[in-house]
Design a protein around this ligand. Sequence first.
Ligand code: PLP
Length: 292
Amino acid sequence: MTDRSGWLPLPAPGATPVRTLTVAGSDSGGGAGIEADLRTFTLLGVHGCVALTAVTVQNSLGVTGVQEVDPDVVAAQIDTVVGDIGVSGVKTGMLASAPIVAAVADAFARNGIGAGGDIGLVIDPVCASMHGDPLLHPEALRTLIERLFPMATLVTPNLDEVRLITGIEVDDDDSQRAAVRALLDLGPRWALVKGGHLRGSERSPDLLSDGRQFLRLDAPRIPTAHDHGAGDTLAAAAAAALAHGLAVPDAAALAKDWITRCVAAAYPLGAGHGPVNPLWRLRPPNPAPAPA
Ligand code: PLP
């Protein structure tokens, strides 16, 4: 299903593209959240729809305010988009509160999203920003695990989230494997435990498993201060690939390749952390065709 460059096939002009949905918060600095998701969806050639969960007041230095969206409005966005436009891949990011998590889980169940159905669901269990600013009320994590993990095609926690969810500190191959198993015990079909933060490693060896297969997704570790939005970008790429019908191992491999290139192209922004950069794909040999 991938094109000759290894990426997802781009839609022909005028043809309705494959559609995806992100259920996530907005980052006013444009580096993470729905802004990052929509960039990756667009640059991978899928049409991205949005169910906004929260507005964050945020720049490169951190989050200074959060306004949550009414849970009924979050659910209504999902119902409205899926009922008309239709999607074949979904991802969740910042969900903010337990009532929003519950409303999202109910809406997913109503719309046949995840839980082994045709619409792939990537759960990125976002708890905090890279600066440590909370993006999920602590008591909502239990709801997220109980309601959304059993519906997930794939979960993609970072290592801080792995520790919060499983109690396991991942710092070597054995603990990474134990963490994958502990995550799978919570109900997702597949779990991906990132290796990007493994101490002392020059590689970034992620581990993907469904409990039977244990697959290594390896890439060079790219030292950078500018990796804001990395988790969102990886999960969005995986959702786009699932939306195209790729099997989870192929979708995760594509997402790993995508995020590695986006980190390599990351740029400074403001006085703090800059974002990963999917715009590298706009360079030749993929110029936009000019209208005659
Ligand atoms: N802000 C929003 C709205 C997000 O959804 C996320 C991550 O999902 C972040 C910030 C955090 O991104 P990072 O961990 O790169 O700081």
